[in-house]
Design a protein around this ligand. Structure first.
Ligand SMILES: Cc1ncc(COP(=O)(O)O)c(C=O)c1O
Length: 398
């Protein structure tokens, strides 16, 4: 158990509001520690965490393997700049080549977040035969920095910051729209295999396969945003591995280091030759501390066989949600442990609030969608606890 003393002032909401930038949402609680699938607030209340820091805490909270790896690395060598190599960086790059299937023709760029992985991919796409057109999907989310925001398919997020990157077009997630949009002028298409921020929304059947065919035919890059779907969350290391296609690049972040900030762009095949020395970089990207954390997390996922259990656990959660028999639930979406509950009424915020009051963290991704993304270590007993609490939260929200 984490026994680090925490100094908490009861007036923290006021301090937060006064000190934090106005862009920050109002916090739901003050969390002071975590262990496994549980977190505790400043008043000692315990919550079952079925959001996992938005699909980040793959091993839950304070996992001994991560604690040990980070503690040892920070006591050895935390940061060195990208003028030097470190063993943990090379180990992670090689591990990513292996688990993505990119193999010997794969290359890895390290940044510190999801949006930086996407920024790297946008720059990469500019190197594709000098083309400037990018296709992205309506309702997608790729991050908050200007490049990532430009390709994010949500007008309300983009509008206040226009003008954004030129040459970006958003299309509906239909095969017809894909066929109409892609030609020999397109540099790249960016796709989330499942749209997480949109409320865990799947692509139509055959969409990724058709995107692969069309991009290959027209010399455009197929770039997948696996920031939320990656690292085992959908039942395979990466979601694309269930579709039978091979992309040109994938963006990875969130779960990769269990909460230590890191992002990566992994390229496949000839796309690995596009970036030339000095064309991209990051001070912190791939430093020994973050890469040691990622090696520990990915190694533990593998050692414990966690990915093998993801689909069964996801099915137990789905069954629990459906068994609640709530008139508010009209569908359960997603794959593995990335689940969206589609509601008949715009009461997701209410459901999430009721759940929190019952000691359960779930997320209102939008008015009509609850997002569920527990740590991959979640147990059947914890899923049953979730079901009981979520059922009550639904009942209280009708
Ligand atoms: C699919 C997807 N892409 C990109 C991002 C941006 O990642 P970050 O917040 O680490 O910059 C997110 C974050 O929610 C995401 O879900």
């Amino acid at each position: 158990m984490n026994t680090v003393p925490q100094v908490v002032d009861a007036k923290w909401p006021t301090h937060f509001r006064d000190a934090m930038m106005g862009s920050a949402p109002a916090p739901l609680a003050m969390l002071v520690r975590g262990e496994g699938c549980y977190v505790w607030d400043d008043a000692g209340n315990k919550y079952l965490d079925f959001l996992a820091g938005i699909a980040v805490n793959a091993l839950g909270h304070a996992h001994p393997v991560l604690v040990d790896a980070v503690s040892r690395q920070v006591a050895t060598l935390a940061h060195i700049s990208n003028y030097f190599a470190s063993p943990s960086q090379i180990e992670l790059a090689e591990r990513l080549r292996r688990i993505t299937g990119a193999g010997d023709r794969g290359r890895v760029f390290f940044g510190n977040s999801g949006t930086e992985a996407i920024e790297a991919a946008i720059k990469l796409s500019r190197l594709n035969k000098g083309r400037k057109r990018i296709i992205a999907l309506n309702n997608s989310f790729h991050g908050r920095t200007i490049g990532s925001l430009s390709i994010t398919g949500q007008v309300a997020l983009r509008e206040p910051f226009e003008p954004l990157l030129p040459g970006v077009e958003h299309i509906d997630s239909t095969i017809e729209a894909l066929e109409a949009a892609i030609d020999d002028t397109v540099a790249a298409i960016f796709i989330e295999p499942i749209k997480g921020e949109a409320g865990v929304v799947e692509l139509p059947e055959g969409f990724l396969k058709r995107a692969r065919e069309l991009t290959t035919e027209h010399g455009a890059l197929l770039i997948l945003d696996e920031i939320q779907t990656g690292v085992g969350r959908t039942g395979s290391w990466f979601a694309f591995q269930q579709s039978g296609i091979v992309p040109d690049a994938i963006a990875v972040a969130k779960g990769i280091a269990g909460g230590v900030p890191i992002g990566a762009l992994v390229t496949f095949g000839d796309t690995s030759d596009l970036f030339q020395r000095g064309q991209h970089g990051s001070t912190f990207g791939g430093n020994p501390l973050a890469t040691a954390a990622a090696n520990a997390v990915l190694g533990e996922i593998e050692r414990a066989g966690l990915i093998d259990t993801v689909v069964t656990k996801g099915e137990r959660i789905r069954a629990g949600v459906l068994a609640a028999g709530s008139p508010l639930v009209h569908e359960v979406r997603g794959a593995g442990l990335l689940i969206g509950v589609g509601l008949t009424e715009p009461v997701a915020g209410r459901v999430a609030k009721e759940a929190l009051a019952l000691g359960l963290i779930v997320n209102a991704a939008n008015g009509t969608s609850i997002r569920i993304a527990p740590p991959l270590i979640v147990t059947d007993a914890e899923i049953d606890e979730f079901t009981a609490k979520f059922t009550k939260a639904l009942e209280a929200s009708v």
